[in-house]
Design a protein around this ligand. Structure first.
Ligand code: CMC
Length: 433
């Protein structure tokens, strides 16, 4: 990090102004390094929602929200989505560089060597109700992996961290598909190592011991693209959760489980499910106006799911790519006249032309389209966020590992602006009013 110049802060308390270094990364806004502020000025910064706070330095993902740019390790998401598969992207996020042919083959094999889960883990599922939400199952089962891989785990050892990362990336499709199979009462399907990552997942979801499943290459590629587009996204809520949990030295499988819990929320990864449910609720083009009006009403908490983003203020580059895939998949399956798809296109058009959405810079985000694609692939709505989990796991483990290896790594411990009662004495219970 380059020290550019100093920022001067006058606290208005009669003391001389304080100087803080302004640091620059490779790209993006500079940061004011206020780490010594409390020690020198006895004040905290106040930034709920982290609107102006860089919680860490990172060399993994870069986003320029105004320009709609997303880079993994410097590579534009458009190039990665069109020229690479998910395994190459995983290798890139975990190792910093794209693999060559030999490295890719070796990485594919390593992942395939870890796709099965311990047989005892399968029994864990039976503790859940059949109708449990798949994300509840994911939080529990991924957290349970910590019980299988705890004793031999030394997070300060890079090789141990890498093995945990490989295990997580390899096992997530198996665990996710098992959550679905358990829900519908079908036998779990073992992974098939002759298939690629996306094909194997579709096999574990849709094959049964009685019947083979042959995946359509267009659909497998669409799933692969969903995985690439969701693989990492800088310091978003779930990634920050994983980092915060991991900063205490906690077991990485437990930290990823914390990330899954965070991702479940409808303001984050749960948006694809919420979006499809919203489309079902709207039901018919004639009711779009009513829902747009609700979204604009300041007294109505309703939001148009799949619209808006904290960082992207002009467009979400992932949404552009997902929109393309959406059209490809629906063409392939002859679903262009599908009721919900037509409704989604109409909603997209009306919202994009509406003054409220234009002025607030609210555009369809990746989840607006990824839900439609997943539905076309035959994935039930309740599984959408679990698939996002499967994709984001590599980002979480890459960020967790980067943090542990960072010499500046410290336990994450924010402070607060206390607004409760000032110090007071306890009155004996008999005398209390
Ligand atoms: N529909 C209607 N109004 C909205 C929407 C929406 N989807 N999103 C934001 N607004 C309004 C909001 O009411 C506020 O209005 P005002 O200034 O009058 O109070 C203004 O736009 C700014 O909203 P905000 O909540 O301050 O913005 P934020 O940056 O905190 O929230 C967001 C970002 C993604 C949580 C929000 O846009 C939202 O809830 N969208 C719907 C959920 C969604 O699609 N989430 C998926 C995000 S992409 C996947 C991922 O990365 O997780």
């Amino acid at each position: 990090m380059e020290h550019k110049r100093n920022a001067i802060l006058d606290l208005g308390n009669g003391e001389p102004p304080l100087e803080f270094p302004i640091l620059a990364g490779t790209m993006g806004p500079e940061v004011v390094d206020i780490r010594t502020l409390y020690k020198r000025g006895r004040v905290f910064t106040y930034d709920p929602g982290f609107m102006s706070t860089a919680s860490s330095s990172s060399s993994i993902t870069f986003i320029d929200g105004d320009k709609g740019i997303l880079l993994y390790r410097g590579y534009p998401i458009e190039q990665l989505a069109k020229q690479c598969d998910f395994m190459e992207v995983c290798y890139l996020l975990m190792n910093g560089e794209l693999p060559n042919i030999a490295q890719k083959a070796s990485f594919d094999k390593t992942i395939k060597d870890h796709t099965m889960v311990h047989e005892q883990l399968a029994r864990f599922y039976t503790g859940f109700r059949r109708d449990a939400h798949p994300m509840a199952v994911m939080v529990g089962v991924v957290g349970a992996l910590s019980a299988f891989y705890h004793d031999a785990m030394d997070i300060s050892d890079a090789a141990h961290r890498e093995l945990s990362a490989v295990r997580l990336v390899a096992k997530l499709p198996t665990i996710t598909a098992m959550a679905y199979k358990y829900n519908i009462g079908q036998p779990f399907m073992y992974p098939r190592n002759n298939l690629n990552y996306a094909e194997n997942f579709l096999h574990m979801m849709f094959a049964t011991p009685a019947e083979e499943y042959r995946s359509n290459p267009v659909l497998a590629r669409a799933l692969d693209r969903i995985l690439i587009l969701h693989a990492d996204h800088e310091q978003n809520a779930s990634t920050s959760t994983v980092r915060l949990a991991g900063s205490t030295g906690a077991n990485p499988f437990a930290c990823i489980s914390a990330g899954i819990a965070c991702l479940w929320g409808p303001a984050h990864g749960g948006a694809n499910e919420a979006c499809l449910n919203m489309l079902e609720e709207i039901g018919d083009e004639s009711r779009i106006g009513e829902y747009i009006a609700r979204a604009k009403d300041p007294d109505d908490p309703f939001r148009l799911m799949g619209f808006g983003h904290r960082v992207y203020r002009n467009f979400d580059p992932r949404a552009t790519l997902m929109r393309e895939t959406c059209h490809e998949v629906l063409n392939e399956l002859g679903l262009r006249d599908d009721r919900l798809f037509k409704l989604a296109l109409k909603l997209e058009k009306i919202a994009l032309e509406d003054e409220y959405f234009i002025s607030k810079k609210l555009y369809p985000n990746v989840d607006f389209y990824s839900g439609i694609v997943q539905r076309a692939l035959g994935i039930p709505v309740s599984m959408f966020t679990a698939i996002f989990t499967m994709a984001r796991t590599v980002g979480w483990v890459a960020q967790w590992s980067e943090m542990i290896a960072d010499p500046e790594y410290k336990i994450g411990r924010p402070r607060q602006l206390y607004t409760g009662a000032a110090t007071r004495d306890v009155i004996p219970i008999a005398s209390r009013l």
